[in-house]
Write a protein that binds this ligand. Structure first.
Ligand code: HGY
Ligand code: MN
Ligand code: MN
Length: 436
């Protein structure tokens, strides 16, 4: 059900017309950072555009009384501390983007979290309410993993899934490390960041299920599993004309067979296995030379862990076959993986109840993409929400979500943040301040 921004903003909810307009104005400003001119953005982690947008966000957070700090891996937090010493509801997403990508992916969730905090700070002050948890609006560092791999880096370090030293030492393709990039921008903080009691994230779906179902709010119940490989195909440099075919060990030919093999795997398990090779570097990449080395990143996503295991086995078998037939040597390293872990069902039910009370059609959905909440749900109770993506387009300048849906998501997130901060998913705090 699509409701106009007017309808959202006037029906006794936490979002007034003015709030909606304020949010959309901020979103317009935010979309100017790294704007590509075709409606998209290019603001990769710790790039000049990412630095500029982070500084803009810090100003907006401080203007609303939130204290801004950065942890050891550059995660940016806006802290609203109303209950001294209490743990935090960490709510937000990421502002970094893929190259020439969409302006909604991640950024929407950070701004919605900030505006939810702005609204609730006002309301709690007016009511004299001290919530059980403090609020930490978060802009996770390097969720996209385009400049520095792996993806979801900042939340992986925060949750202990990735060692800090390894993350800081990671270099981009020009040899600049995460530590150098963050240090130069002044975002290399101290400490581990706020202690989390629970987490929430809202994000565009990046698929077409919500749009097809006419559903406004996606209640994310689990993540598709993922296996991501870094592969190096080794061949032998040779003259592309003079060298007879039988003498060639063509690394680009071997890599090409692997790209096709990945796609054929997806065709073998239609609808539940997605595969792609998104990055490929050829050496020496010269017109009259047979390539001696190709490095590529191969990505498998699957709705069934047994099928993913079978696909990984089939992939290994195909790699061995390609080595035999093309004379290359293929070295593959599983560089990032996660399973089909559930989001806490009580969080899904909380979100369902809020969406229903606010009059939005909602439905359970799996996320195929990974998110920072993918990491956080293993640490604390986490609620993950989607709003529709028009035509399911994402990681593309044509990425688009309607204003009405953005504001609807903001309204639902604000109410969920209120309930989580007031202890909806946490053990009740006893009057002596302990936990019953
Ligand atoms: O890897 C992912 O799915 C996310 O987009 N970083
Ligand atoms: Mn994202
Ligand atoms: Mn993304």
């Amino acid at each position: 059900m699509q409701k106009s921004t007017e309808a959202v903003a006037t029906r006794g909810s936490t979002i007034s017309l003015e709030n909606a307009a304020d949010f959309l104005r901020d979103f317009e400003t935010m979309s100017g950072f790294g704007a590509t001119g075709n409606g998209g953005v290019d603001r990769q982690a710790a790039s000049d555009a990412d630095v500029a947008q982070r500084r803009w966000l810090a100003d907006r957070l401080e203007a609303h009384g939130l204290r801004v700090e950065y942890d050891r891996i550059g995660n940016q937090f806006g802290l609203l501390e109303l209950a001294p010493g209490a743990p935090y509801l960490v709510v937000g997403s990421h502002m970094d983007s893929q190259p020439t990508a969409g302006k909604y992916d991640g950024a929407y969730g950070v701004l919605a979290a900030a505006h939810a905090a702005f609204r609730l700070a006002e309301q709690w002050a007016a009511e004299g309410t001290v919530p059980q948890h403090n609020l930490a609006v978060v802009n996770w560092f390097n969720e996209e993993g385009s400049r520095f791999t792996p993806s979801m880096m900042g939340s992986a370090v925060y949750t202990g899934l990735l060692p800090l030293e390894a993350a800081l030492a990671t270099q981009d393709r020009t040899g600049v490390s995460v530590a150098e990039a963050l240090g130069a921008a002044g975002f290399l903080g101290q400490g581990d960041g706020p202690v989390a009691a629970c987490c929430a994230e809202i994000h565009i779906e990046q698929g077409r299920l919500l749009e097809n179902a006419g559903t406004t709010i996606g209640l994310v119940s689990a993540t598709w599993a993922a296996s991501k490989y870094r592969v190096v195909v080794h061949g032998d440099q040779a003259h592309s004309g003079a060298t007879v075919m039988a003498d060639r060990r063509d690394a680009l030919y071997g890599a090409s067979l692997l790209v096709v093999a990945a796609r054929e795997l997806a065709d073998r398990f239609p609808g539940i296995l997605h595969t792609a090779v998104g990055q490929l570097d050829v050496y020496p990449n010269s017109p009259v030379v047979v390539a001696s080395r190709v490095e590529l990143l191969l990505d498998l996503r699957c709705a069934d862990e047994a099928v993913l295991a079978e696909a990984n086995t089939l992939l290994r078998e195909r790699i061995a076959e390609i080595e035999r037939t093309s004379g290359v040597t293929i070295v593959s390293e599983l560089s990032h993986e996660w399973g089909i872990d559930l989001y806490q069902p009580e969080g899904v039910e909380l979100a369902r109840g809020v969406a229903e009370r606010l009059g939005y059609a909602s439905g359970e959905i799996l996320t195929v993409a990974g998110h920072d909440s993918t990491n956080m749900k293993g640490l604390v109770p986490t609620v993950m929400l989607f709003v529709p993506s028009v035509d399911g387009v994402s990681h593309n300048e044509r990425e688009y979500t309607r204003d009405d849906d953005l504001v609807a998501g903001l309204e639902v997130l604000t109410e969920i943040v209120r309930r989580l901060a007031e202890g909806a998913l946490s053990p009740a705090r006893s009057t002596e301040g302990g936990v019953e």
